[in-house]
Design a protein around this ligand. Structure first.
Ligand SMILES: NC(=O)c1ccc[n+]([C@@H]2O[C@H](COP(=O)([O-])OP(=O)(O)OC[C@H]3O[C@@H](n4cnc5c(N)ncnc54)[C@H](OP(=O)(O)O)[C@@H]3O)[C@@H](O)[C@H]2O)c1
Length: 256
């Protein structure tokens, strides 16, 4: 199987690296108009084929991943002219499969919209996948390819905006929490560098509790809140200051 990745930037580069590390019996070709990023990829993974010619990369590929900026997607599709039995994958934000279908000439080819988040650079992406004209087998294959770069979730496309607000934007909201708690620590005499690591580690553990156990935040919060203790004072203070409402609003605003 050959996978062509058009665009070797943050996203295309991370996908190429992830696939090069994980995918078996796959030829990976990456195209980009300038050679700097291609040369770097080639040095790291000599088996990756690199080229400045999109058509050459895509021509005999089974799967074509478009990883250019959204406003260049149509131009690239017109240039490479993908068609069945090839499978088209776009990671471009804001471009739906109905747009991609139009750009490909309404041929009914299999199309995937895949939205990884920035954690793909650590191979820990939360990757959202929506399909059009795909068989269950093709969906399975796509999930398996991207699962090498983190957790993948196949969702109906109409949920993409909400899920993106929770996962991609959600990283920023989690970072705001780390920033705010570190800031509180500074006021209380904890050095920022040390405090930031403490907070990040606490957040890590909170996430692991949910990921590793069959539990719910409410149950875990209850375990930490001794009656009459200090944590419940903080939790109640958070609620009084609108913490939950602020986060719900942030996700809803971002999903609009
Ligand atoms: N970064 C993220 O966290 C993230 C998350 C989800 C989705 N996305 C989506 O991923 C896509 C790429 O974003 P990015 O952050 O990876 O951008 P990026 O780092 O700027 O990468 C885009 C790459 O496309 C190359 N390129 C430009 N014109 C091209 C053409 N005609 N043919 C082939 N390659 C071309 C650029 O090459 P030169 O630099 O040499 O011009 C660059 O290497 C976007 O559509 C974005 O919406 C990104």
């Amino acid at each position: 199987m050959k996978i062509a990745i058009i665009g070797a930037g943050n996203m295309g580069g991370a996908i190429a690296r992830g696939l090069a590390r994980s995918a078996k019996d796959v030829t990976i070709a990456v195209s980009n108009p300038t050679t700097g990023k291609l040369d770097k990829l080639k040095t790291e993974f000599p088996a990756i084929e690199t080229t400045t010619d999109n058509v050459a990369a895509a021509n005999d590929a089974d799967i074509i991943v478009i990883a250019v900026k959204p406003w260049l997607v149509e131009q690239v599709i017109k240039e490479i002219e993908p068609g069945a039995p090839q499978v088209l994958v776009s990671v471009a934000a804001g471009i739906d499969t109905v747009d991609l279908e139009r750009m490909t000439g309404e041929t009914g080819m299999t199309i995937f919209k895949v939205i990884p988040n920035t954690a793909i650079s650590l191979m820990q992406s939360t990757t959202l996948v929506a399909s059009r004209n795909a068989t269950a087998g093709q969906e399975e294959m796509m999930l398996s390819l991207f699962s090498a770069m983190g957790e993948t979730f196949l969702i109906p496309e109409k949920q993409m905006a909400a899920a993106t607000a929770m996962t991609s934007c959600g990283i920023a909201y989690a970072l705001k929490y780390i920033q705010a708690v570190t800031q509180a620590g500074i006021e209380l005499g904890i050095k920022p560098g040390v405090g930031m690591k403490m907070v990040a580690q606490s957040m890590n553990v909170a996430a692991e509790l949910i990921l590793q156990n069959d539990t719910h935040p409410v149950l875990e919060i209850e375990k930490v809140c001794t009656p009459g203790g200090i944590t419940i004072k903080g939790v109640n203070s958070l609620e009084a200051d609108g913490f939950t409402a602020a986060l719900i609003n942030a996700v809803k605003v971002a999903a609009k």
